[in-house]
Design a binder for this molecule. Structure first.
Ligand code: SAM
Length: 279
């Protein structure tokens, strides 16, 4: 049974890291004109109301994207500008943000003619909201398991590939399922750029995913982990991204982005990064 709903978490510090990485990787790939097939294996419902009861119940965006937005005039990394531009397109005015775009909406903002986006979502209500949003967006929505769906679609028609794999990890086996899917996807499309999100938990369950990736034939896997400087006693204390085949120079530019928002007056994070598996 699927009980996770992203509306409770949209715009939190993990989304800032994840959507910042997505924006940077996609715009770096688009420095070349050849078309990109984009896949979003766990898409959610695309648009989130930050004033909704669900969002206000946890108020997670207050310590995530709202902090980013409040510090927007003092960010030194130019790479945040594309992120801020997208946020301002969804929000009128200068005050706190009221709308937060989910991953398919981030992808959609950057698609060029020739690029494509396929978004998978298994939860029935989330999937129908996603399909409603996608109807006039030239985005293909598939109401099915995103890991199996991704593998079925590879290799894509376009010469290049970017896939975001962002499960809710409600089921413990998802850590090893993600690693197995990543390996199979890479074997079908070795040049693809794959972004995998995972939670950093006090239970340490994320180690299963990282170890399985280390033990696999995958190469060139960069890892970024942000850790809350004031973490909760239990649960999610940080957020991790694996980036397979990052565009050249991505690691330095993304690290600079995170450094920019890490301070106590911004998101209050520490950043650990490096190659989980080198070339
Ligand atoms: N990627 C979204 C974003 O960044 O805005 C957030 C996704 S949320 C973390 C995970 C989503 O995966 C949930 O909406 C959940 O319903 C969906 N989901 C869970 N299991 C799935 C599966 N096997 N295949 C596709 N979607 C699934």
């Amino acid at each position: 049974m699927l009980s996770y709903l992203h509306a409770f978490h949209a715009g939190n510090f993990a989304d800032v890291q994840k959507h910042g990485a997505l924006t940077l990787a996609l715009s770096m790939m688009q420095a070349k004109p050849s078309a990109i097939a984009c896949f979003d294996t766990h898409a959610g419902s695309a648009i989130y109301d930050l004033k909704s009861d669900r969002a206000r119940k946890t108020a997670e965006a207050d310590l995530g994207v709202q902090k980013l937005w409040a510090s927007r005039n003092s960010l030194s990394s130019g790479d945040w500008q594309s992120v801020l531009k997208v946020l301002s397109r969804f929000n009128a005015g200068e005050g706190a943000l009221t709308v937060y775009p989910g991953s398919p909406a981030w992808f959609r903002q950057f698609l060029r003619p020739g690029d494509s986006l396929t978004a998978f979502e298994l939860h029935p209500t989330e999937s129908s909201q996603l399909a409603g949003w996608a109807a006039d967006q030239n985005v293909r929505v598939m109401h099915e398991d995103g890991l199996k769906g991704l593998l079925r679609q590879l290799p894509p028609a376009q010469p290049r590939l970017m896939a975001l794999i962002d499960p809710s990890y409600e089921i413990k086996s998802e850590y090893s399922d993600v690693a197995a899917t990543l390996q199979k996807a890479w074997q079908k499309c070795r040049h693809g750029v794959y972004l995998v999100w995972y939670p950093v938990l006090t239970s340490g369950l994320q180690a299963t995913l990282k170890q399985a990736v280390k033990d696999s034939p995958l190469r060139k896997v960069w890892c970024s982990e942000v850790h809350l400087k004031t973490p909760p006693e239990r649960g999610m204390t940080g957020s991790g991204m694996l980036v397979v085949n990052p565009p050249w120079g991505f690691e330095d530019r993304f690290s600079a982005m995170i450094e920019d928002i890490a301070g106590e007056s911004a998101l209050g994070l520490s950043h650990e990064h490096g190659w989980l598996v080198p070339e």
